[in-house]
Design a protein around this ligand. Structure first.
Ligand code: MG
Length: 383
């Protein structure tokens, strides 16, 4: 079998006004993604997903990755990843960043092809199911009046979730009020996570960690700027609450730096950003060798969610996984059979490869070829 084509599909969906939300990453009024289709001469097509600026990723795939991969066997995934990364992406586009994101989408599509060629679901190719079902936590608690956030958290508990994440990283007194209100509403059995999206300085984060630990927070995610390894290490040394991060790290090498300096407890790679399935397996292996667990970051679209579910089902040191529960048509409407949680658990699709089928009507509905909207930070700087 040979690769005969690579196509990019840019998608964008508006979030209805009642579903819009604000975190330290900015206000969201739409969701966008870039899907990758790798086509072969045997009629098998693999699908992957990249989470980043679609217009730029499209060019990287077309101009940098496609010329390397056309004519190659799609099943030699390790060889293709290493050639792409070490001999091209890292040299031409940089060892971190969007080049790695582009490679992530292609890698996921190659694993989908391998699974389809062998007639096996991806989790079996990754060593088989380490667990029957994957425990997921809900990400959907954004800053609002504390009583309102507590009410929403209760609604998730009533849907069967046993864990949810609260977005913090704003005014500390207000953040603490919200976390306390949610804990009071849900009692001590419910698992609460906190995520600052890099919003704190070290001084504030030290106080936040203490306050959230007193509320029984399971972890504090991305408390500081992503490159501040020293700050994360200081916070972890304080020992109040486990430190989780990884959604903005690319490749095992970035994770290795945090581990080596004692700056992280829970690794959160995103399969559509960190280097694809191949690299997430490497990152989970690295975590295992250091006695750490992984908790997959999932955002973006249903293809990335499916890939994450296969990984979370198969990898032994994978803990509870994130489930984006905001209104996101690219998660809920993209597949002919949507992936949904049942009582706080999910299972990977049983079909070959990723086991998913894209809904052609959704692809038409969300097709997008315009310029990406300015990010909240770009807007602020250009104002
Ligand atoms: Mg996060």
């Amino acid at each position: 079998m040979k690769i005969t084509g690579i196509k990019s599909i840019r998608l964008r969906a508006s979030i209805p006004p009642q579903g819009r939300f604000v975190s330290r990453s900015g206000q969201r009024s739409h969701r966008s993604t870039l899907l990758v289709q790798v086509v072969t001469d045997e009629g098998i097509t693999g699908i992957g997903s990249c989470s980043g600026n679609g217009a730029i990723l499209e060019v990287m795939i077309e101009r940098v990755l496609k010329p390397l991969l056309i004519g190659k066997s799609p099943c030699e995934i390790k060889e293709l990843w290493e050639t792409s990364y070490f001999h091209s992406v890292a040299k031409e586009l940089g060892s971190r960043g969007l080049g790695v994101v582009a490679l992530s989408g292609v890698d996921v599509a190659l694993w989908d092809i391998l699974g389809k060629a062998k007639g096996e679901p991806l989790f079996k190719l990754l060593g088989g199911a380490a667990r029957d079902k994957v425990s997921v936590y809900a990400t959907a608690l954004y800053p609002e009046a504390p009583a309102e956030v507590a009410k929403k958290a209760l609604a998730f508990a009533e849907k069967g979730f046993r864990a949810a994440k609260i977005k913090v990283g704003f005014d500390l007194a207000r953040d603490i009020e919200i976390v306390r209100a949610v804990r009071a509403e849900l009692g001590s059995d419910f698992t609460l996570m906190t995520d600052a999206n890099q919003g704190y300085t070290l001084g504030v984060a030290l106080k936040a960690a203490e306050a959230f630990a007193a509320c029984g927070a399971a972890f504090l995610e991305e408390p500081l700027f992503v490159e501040d390894i020293k700050g994360h290490a200081a916070l972890r040394a304080q020992g109040k609450v486990p430190i989780a991060l990884g959604e903005n790290l690319h490749t095992r090498f970035a994770f290795e730096n945090f581990i080596a300096r004692g700056a992280v407890d829970i690794l959160q790679p995103d399969v559509a950003r960190a280097g694809g399935i191949s690299e997430v397996v490497e990152i989970a292996g690295l975590a295992a060798r250091h006695g750490l667990s992984v908790s997959f970051h999932t955002w973006g679209d249903a293809v990335a969610l499916a890939a994450s579910l296969h990984l979370a089902a198969a990898l032994k040191n994978s803990g509870i996984m994130e489930l984006d529960c905001t209104e996101n048509p690219l998660r809920s409407e993209l597949l002919t059979e949507p992936l949904e949680a049942q009582d706080g658990f999910m299972s990977p699709p049983e079909g070959a490869g990723l086991g998913i089928e894209l809904d052609p009507k959704a692809l038409e509905r969300f097709a997008f070829s315009g310029a990406e909207e300015l990010s909240p930070w770009q807007k602020a700087l250009s104002a």
